[in-house]
Design a binder for this molecule. Structure first.
Ligand code: SF4
Ligand code: SF4
Length: 712
């Protein structure tokens, strides 16, 4: 079992009425779902919400006691479609994925869910991966909420608020008959705190108490014309006013008072802590979040509630809208509502704050200082505030001046990753055949876009590599190579890429990295994994699936075998056989393997059994210091150290302790005909009598053959 265990987190999900929950925001959401009486949950993993699904998988026994159905979906579209259960039935359900990418994939189902609306509360927990650490394109989910008339909760990162928004979110969905998105930024997922738990609640209708039969046929429950025209009207005429009324009545948004009455800040809930921290650093708030400038916190980011917003702005000379990214939807809406009501409050937003990009602590500090400099409120010295911001932000420039810009440190494949050798093989093949268009994809293999491989001409989305090469192949002299992970293959690569390529009789080369898990999202099982959350393998495999689709040219190669991979690649590139050529690059995710092997080895060592670990090393007397091995590998365990030879100044290659002995170093040295400086060693613990005997023989032979030390 390679999946990480969350048994400890599961214990926190069992807390009852009045007990205190301590932990992270994402776990608080998980607990709040169970307190809300959900009948079903599902989703597709992705940062920063993978943990939600991982924990629910480990909590499956407890969930079945509550009658909650759990579905680990094959992509976000299937997760969104699951919410269809809430269209006809009084069933509460929640699904989760990473946004914006997952919301893009789910868009069709979301539109068709929002149109007829729901009777049971339907919630989508989206990990809003917007910001500097994001691994996806920078777009926001706000636009989806607006276009589909789904309500968007963006809770203030504070555990009681997050839990309340989950619970109220279901009520909001039911009161307005619309799905609700609950947006969690990375910081909201990982904020820690506590809240008073409630007992978990079994739904009145669930797997434990099933509904009698389907409902009476009701055409209005279908997203199908001509009803869709009526449904569009319902969204704006009935559902949105119902949502706004519910939000007002239940005080989903929060007002925080302050003594600088002529100013105000309207902030999206998720950004509130960053605003409060910036105000505190500028001396305008205390450490407990009591600010001098009044704040209107939008835990419900969409729709806006005009009455509340106008009530906040009346009597204020200037307000600052804090809304990350572009377009400035909230700023436009606030401006429109104020003008309609003839309220003359000036609106600041983009300008004081940047149009695009994450509002980090530094950016927020500067933005608020800019706002104060422009508005010069009574009672504070704006110039002093700006000077304070300059002083707080000045250290970075001074550090750059002193030591220069630090080099970027992009992420990399893990030590011993099975995907690294494939790119070494592509690199070596390209040396012979010339450069090739490489159509890259989402997954760990995207690390090959960084040095030392710097490989990949386009990335169009998860599982999209082959499809994105469709118009490249007929226009280029050399066949393009598309690289896709097994996760991407099942997510949609099989249909969008393989089926489309075969259907159109396209030519091209596809490498499917078969590492056995959706590794980049935290090692979840997928259809071709060797195990599943239920134990046994799901019984779907990539090779037979490809053959059943009609792929004729298909090879399976162990990834670490660089020479064979090169031969196979060359054959795929040069063969006159038409159609799609697929290489299944097979090698278990090293991270998963190490997690498994480490436990197995520890058990063996405890029992006094023999354990062998393979290590690679570089003979520093032979290494010439040209570092071609590093340029062909990029393994973090392969580094440099000073040369022991005083006549050679170039540092030599060195393999450090973290080497897991994957064998790539030896393979690359062999395939690229590098120097013979690499050696392979076996570290044996609890050695057997035979091992000890062999060791003595070897030492004796070496001492005879080795040059004798001559006394000076
Ligand atoms: S998680 Fe697995 S597949 Fe991903 S880089 Fe690490 S070893 Fe490679
Ligand atoms: S053998 Fe080489 S590539 Fe493999 S883990 Fe060790 S140093 Fe890294």
């Amino acid at each position: 079992m390679a999946e990480v265990s969350f048994k400890k987190d599961v214990e926190a999900l069992k807390l009852g009425e009045g007990q205190v929950f301590h932990g992270e925001g994402i776990m608080a959401v998980t607990k709040a779902l169970l307190q809300s009486g959900v009948s079903y949950v599902g989703g597709y993993q992705g940062a920063p919400v993978s943990h939600l699904l991982d924990v629910l998988v480990d909590a499956e026994d407890m969930m079945s006691d509550l009658g909650v159905h759990l579905e680990t979906c094959t992509n976000e579209a299937s997760a969104a479609a699951m919410l269809g259960a809430s269209i006809n039935y009084p069933l509460r359900g929640a699904v989760t994925w990473k946004s914006i990418v997952g919301t893009n994939v789910a868009a069709d189902a979301l539109s068709n869910l929002s149109s007829p609306g729901v009777v049971g509360g339907a919630m989508i927990i989206i990990g809003e991966d917007y910001g500097e650490g994001a691994s996806v394109i920078q777009e926001r989910s706000y636009a989806y909420a607006m276009k589909s008339s789904m309500w968007l909760l963006d809770p203030r990162p504070d555990l009681p608020t997050i839990v309340r928004m989950v619970e109220k979110g279901f009520e909001l969905s039911e009161a307005s008959h619309a799905p609700v998105m609950l947006e969690l930024r990375v910081r909201a997922c990982h904020v820690t705190g506590e809240f008073a738990a409630k007992s978990n609640r079994a739904s009145a209708k669930s797997g434990l108490n099933r509904i009698d039969g389907p409902p009476r046929f009701d055409y209005a429950r279908l997203a199908h014309p001509p009803l869709t025209f009526l449904q569009e009207k319902l969204k704006v005429d009935q559902r949105m006013p119902a949502a706004q009324a519910f939000a007002r009545e239940h005080k989903l948004n929060e007002f925080f008072d302050g003594d600088i009455k002529d100013l105000g800040i309207i902030v999206l809930g998720g950004l509130t802590n960053t605003v409060l921290r910036a105000l505190a650093r500028l001396g305008l708030a205390d450490a407990f979040g009591n600010a001098r400038i009044p704040i209107y916190c939008l835990n419900l980011a969409y729709p806006l509630i005009p009455e509340e917003m106008k009530q906040f702005c009346v009597g204020k000379r200037d307000v600052l809208i804090v809304e990350e990214g572009y377009p400035d939807y909230v700023e436009q809406a606030v401006n429109t509502e104020l003008r309609r009501a003839d309220i003359q409050t000036r609106v600041h937003g983009k300008g004081a704050l940047p149009k695009a990009g994450e509002y980090t602590g530094e950016i927020m500090l500067r933005g608020i200082a800019n706002f104060l400099a422009a508005t010069k409120p009574a009672g504070i010295d704006a110039a002093e505030i700006v000077a304070k911001a300059d002083a707080l932000l000045g250290h970075k420039g001074a550090a750059v001046k002193a030591v220069g810009e630090l080099p970027p440190r992009p992420p990399n494949f893990c030590t011993g990753c099975p995907e690294r050798p494939v790119f070494a093989a592509i690199k070596l093949t390209q040396k012979e055949l010339g450069p090739t268009h490489v159509s890259a994809d989402i997954g760990c293999h995207a690390f090959a876009t960084f040095a030392p491989f710097s490989m990949g001409n386009s990335i169009l989305g998860y599982g999209m590599s082959l499809a994105s090469a469709a118009a490249v192949a007929p226009n280029l002299k050399a066949r393009p190579i598309s690289v896709m992970g097994d996760g991407g293959f099942w997510h949609n690569g099989l249909i969008t890429g393989v089926a489309s390529s075969l259907f159109n009789k396209n030519d091209g080369v596809l490498i499917v990295m078969q590492n056995g898990y959706t590794s980049a999202t935290g090692l979840q099982y997928m259809p071709s994994s060797k195990a599943s959350r239920q134990g046994q393998a799901p019984g779907m495999d990539i090779e037979s699936t490809l053959r059943s689709f009609g792929v004729k040219w298909l090879r399976k190669v162990r990834t670490y075998n660089v020479s064979t991979m090169m031969i196979t690649l060359k054959e795929a590139m040069k063969t006159t056989e038409p159609g799609l050529k697929v290489i299944v690059a097979d090698g278990e995710c090293q991270l998963a393997r190490q997690r498994r092997v480490r436990v197995e080895d520890a058990t063996k060592l405890k029992a006094g059994e023999r354990v062998v670990r393979t290590k690679f090393g570089v003979d520093d007397e032979i290494c010439t210091g040209d570092h071609s091995c590093i340029r062909l590998s990029g393994c973090p365990s392969l580094t440099v150290k000073p040369s022991p030879d005083p006549l050679r100044t170039d540092p030599v290659a060195s393999v450090i302790e973290s080497c897991v002995g994957c064998g790539l170093c030896g393979e690359v040295a062999h395939a690229a005909v590098l120097c013979p400086s690499f050696y392979r060693a076996e570290v044996i613990q609890n050695a057997s009598p035979w091992d000890r005997f062999l060791h003595r023989v070897r030492r004796a032979v070496i001492s005879v053959l080795a040059p004798k030390q001559v006394a000076a």
